[in-house]
Design a protein around this ligand. Structure first.
Ligand code: C2O
Ligand code: CU
Ligand code: CU
Length: 536
């Protein structure tokens, strides 16, 4: 069985042993430093003094007649985040906050992810295996960044992305089992945008007026290094807010509409965003892309890993006016004096280009997830997100149960094409869970029996399950069969060990998430894509 599989020793290493360590009382878990080692606030830049920047775009190493090929190297780099200090970051191609991959629907991509990280984290001491998940993509199981499908230092793996879904905002980030939080915190997270004809044809902002905002928090020690303190596996709450890797930046804007793709890339922090003017955000997109129609909202809560596309219209302001993006905070995300500000927009003058300066009343009448109804469902399943004996679990079980079963154990086994209602329950008032389901897009039916928030009226893959909330959603399983993860996207919860899986279709389908396409040893050959006829 499983000839090219991880050995039993590896299984122990990646799952069972790690879980045994987690069973230690929290006091005995070695913690690098505590929050009292934080750098002085006087070393922070004054808010809105660091210039805003958009992350760089990845350039394909090759374009064949059908496919775009990329090579991305995960590596350590010294990055100036706080002015005058060099911080070690781990990122894709050494780009903290990037690089963005831009995809076109119907043109698949192959991304070779090379793990060139230090073998052991210099301060936290863990082995730096990785797995790369393209969040928002219906990838095959073996290319989905399954947590236990790891790539070690010196290895690489080619990830195949179909790019067959509607235009949307995706992101790729680390998913390596038990170290996702640390790896993502160090910077292994970036955007991936998918474009299609419908989206390109709408008169909404495009090009330089279509702007990614990856918002996250961080904290730094006295040496300016990223400080990792997860408060006994409850969460990381930094006092520095970064947008595209820069602290409280300021962006110059023209008097016109801008489209912002906002991703909460934090490990544990939720935001409640509001503009200092009290003016609305006009929501046009959610996780799964364009909403059926726009929705106008003046403040909203934004959980980890959710993506929202919003239009902000600066036309009504005068040149010289500053508009601040504020964070009002959410329960159970520790606030600091410095976390109420996110970034600023300085209005500099009239628009130099007025194309794509509209928001049509109808955006995407055929958003597939939004056609699902409760009446179509064959089955209802309940998932309780619960802390049990100090461990974060889903229905009392964890990823350790998956590993112990050689990846067979599943929480749900819908057939291909089945529609089901899934109910996510959080009975606690002490924490919330941003719950993510891989592979699918879903429609939120209700939350505690009430309709979803206006900004949630689009296809979703991650949902804010707040304190004492029960959220119901309707979901159709496909287009692929195989095993996929469901987990809390508070990455500290995920790593310890609130991660489950479901299987679409029969147990064996040739797409084993760990054994079908294991990582290869480096150095990576340069012949990526040579089997294809090249036009580039
Ligand atoms: Cu964004 Cu399973 O993750
Ligand atoms: Cu995902
Ligand atoms: Cu959680």
């Amino acid at each position: 069985m499983h000839d090219n599989a991880l050995s039993r020793r590896d299984l122990m290493k990646y799952g069972v042993l790690a879980s045994a360590a987690l069973a230690l009382p929290f006091e005995r878990v070695v913690r690098a430093k505590t929050a009292s080692d934080r750098i002085a606030i006087s070393k922070f830049p004054k808010p809105f003094t660091v210039p805003f920047a958009v992350p760089p775009e990845a350039v394909p190493v090759k374009r064949s007649s059908t496919t775009d090929y990329y090579t991305v190297t995960m590596r350590s780099a010294m990055t100036e985040i706080l002015p005058g200090m060099k911080t070690e970051t781990w990122s894709y191609d050494g780009s903290f906050g990037g690089p963005t991959i831009r995809a076109t629907r119907g043109r698949p991509a192959v991304v070779r992810h090379v793990n060139a990280l230090p073998r052991v984290h210099p301060r936290l001491g863990y082995e730096s295996w990785t797995s790369v998940h393209l969040h928002g993509s219906a990838s095959l199981p073996e290319y989905d960044g399954y947590a236990s499908d790891v790539t070690r230092t010196g290895e690489y793996k080619d990830y195949h992305y179909p790019n067959s879904q509607d235009a949307r905002t995706l992101w790729y980030h680390d998913h390596g089992v038990h170290h996702t939080a640390e790896n993502a915190y160090m910077g292994l997270a970036a955007m991936y945008t998918m474009h299609d004809d419908l989206e390109q044809s709408l008169p909404i902002p495009h090009g330089r007026y279509d702007v990614p905002l990856i918002v996250r928090d961080a904290m730094f020690d006295r040496d300016g290094q990223l400080l990792y303190d997860d408060g006994g596996h409850s969460g990381i709450f930094g006092d520095v807010i970064l947008v595209n890797g820069r602290p409280w930046p300021v962006m110059k804007v023209e008097r016109r509409k801008y489209r912002f793709r906002i991703l909460n890339g934090s490990i544990s922090r939720g935001f409640r965003f509001q503009l200092s003017t009290g003016d609305p955000f006009v929501f046009i997109g959610t996780d799964a892309g364009l909403m059926p129609q726009p929705r106008s909202v003046t403040s909203y809560r934004h959980g980890i890993a959710e993506r929202y596309e919003v239009i902000i219209d600066f036309a009504k302001y005068k040149a010289g006016q500053r508009v601040v993006l504020k964070n009002l905070g959410v329960p159970n995300s520790e606030d600091f004096d410095t976390t109420g500000d996110v970034m600023a927009f300085d209005v500099v003058g009239d628009a130099t280009d007025l194309s794509g300066n509209a928001v049509p009343d109808v955006l995407n009448p055929n958003a597939p997830a939004m056609d699902l109804t409760a009446a179509m469902a064959r089955k209802t399943r309940k998932f309780e997100f619960i802390r049990k004996d100090g461990i974060w679990t889903v229905n009392g079980k964890t990823w350790a149960d998956v590993v112990a079963s050689d990846y067979e154990y599943v929480w749900a086994d819908p057939g291909l094409g089945d529609v089901e209602i899934w109910e996510f329950e959080n009975k606690s008032g002490g924490w919330w869970h941003p719950v993510h389901v891989h592979l699918v897009d879903f429609r939120i039916l209700d939350r505690n029996g009430k309709p979803p928030s206006p900004w949630e009226l689009g296809g979703k893959d991650t949902v804010y399950v707040g304190e004492n909330e029960t959220v119901r959603m309707v979901v159709k399983f496909g287009p692929n069969t195989g095993r996929y993860m469901i987990h809390c996207h508070n990455l500290v919860h995920e790593d310890h060990d609130m991660m489950a899986q479901f299987r679409v279709g029969p147990p064996a389908d040739g797409h084993h998430p760990v054994y079908a396409a294991p990582a290869s040893s480096g150095p990576a050959p340069t012949a990526l894509g040579d089997d294809d006829d090249s036009i580039g």
